[in-house]
Design a protein around this ligand. Sequence first.
Ligand code: N7H
Length: 464
Amino acid sequence: GLNLNDIQGDILIGMRKPVELFFFFSIANATAFKKQLKANLPLITTTMQILSNTTASPSTLVNIAFSQTGLTALGLTGAANNLNDSAFAAGQVNDVKNLSDPGTVNWVPQFVGTKIHGVVLLGSDKQANIDNTLASLKTKFGNSVNELYSLKGAMRPAPNKGHEHFGFLDGISNPTITGFQDPKPGQAVVPAGEILVGLPGDNVTRPAWAKDGSFLVFRQLKQLVPEFNKFLADNPIVEPGLSKKQGSDLLGARMVGRWKSGAPIVLSPMFDDPRLGADENRNNNFTFAEPGQTQSNLTDQSKCPLSAHIRKTRPRADLGLPESASSFHHIVRAGIPYGPEVTAVETSSNKTTIERGLAFVAYQSNIANGFQFLQEFWANNQRFRQPGVGFDPIIGAAAGAARPVNGLDPTNPARSLTLTTGEHVFLICPTHSSNNLDADFVVSRGGEYFFAPSLSALAKTLTA
Ligand code: N7H
């Protein structure tokens, strides 16, 4: 079985708290830092503690992860300092080309460079609990750390609890590990080593201390919500029986692959079905193939476009079933929205003036097979799963260039909508129509690659 007392709690099941703070730091005095970390290890929340609701600090869940420069700052050298993941070793700022971010123009300045040594994740029911825990940790760690940046995440208020800022229910589909928990219908079941380092399925040579840890990809993804809504309003799918509003909702659902309620469009292709969306035994129970088939029909996009976000990022039967044999590109997502609700002024002007988005967190045993693969070879690849599909309309990126997306209109699958991504487009592509400019939805503000070690690695190797 898994060492649930040793694996940090956010990795397999997520903190799933109403508020979460990401505290990014550098290490100023390694000796003092290690001494304090060792003394405070009981604060780090394990998987078992979340499962059994017996956290050491009941009010605040705490996890920690380090970047490559952080491991080096802790004094690791040689083979012990080589996790054998080149994306991690180089840092996310050196991955901008692979990810097709339009450079770092839109990045939070603190993410540019490799100065961030680590991140502390604090989750709780109340902001005040997080503030108290953080204040106490800051006092204890004193000058041994420098705060470089922090980002406050929060679940949206009712009735949008659990929904991301575009309005769609999130956190529905995550893989589980073989033998860990009973899978829900349609949930991917993957070998432990696809998510956790050093377990069966992770075939890369790692230092022994890294076992039971996981790479944490952090991305601050700004979402242009009024602009997204305007784009849907301007481009409704026109079909008999659909009002203009329903046509706009259908376009949004086809971009994501789910309705706002979470209902998958492949099971409910024309209208939202909130009961289906809320039913965890049905809302993930589909493959994109006809029942009983192990391969989907790639020429039929009538129910779900091949470019839809959830189809790009988990192609299910598009790659053939069983999924665990056809794809080892799974991530466990544990992100949370950040920023306030859209204001009345933003709604009426169709323009974002206050930043909001997704504090994206993904765990995997191998960044090149996980997050990086999904972004580079699926979402950003116009030829996945076959030529002519176009980009993932939600997260697909083309280094600032326009992004053709096909298959969104069920009445005319050949109709291509061209989207642009990022504010950068204003700078490099002034000839785009204003309609295109209104289609900037997700802007990468950058991030970093981290490693979330096991509790025993923290106790032995990293604080030695
Ligand atoms: Fe996505 N969205 O609101 O449109 N995502 N995502 N994501 N995403 C998912 O199934 C969204 C991002 C995946 O197993 C849902 O839990 C937004 C990145 C994967 O069927 C919704 C942003 C990457 C899945 C969104 C964003 C992924 C998934 C449906 C950025 C990886 C599961 C809810 C601002 C590179 C697929 C659910 C499956 C689901 C949205 C980012 C990957 C609603 C707004 C960067 C693997």
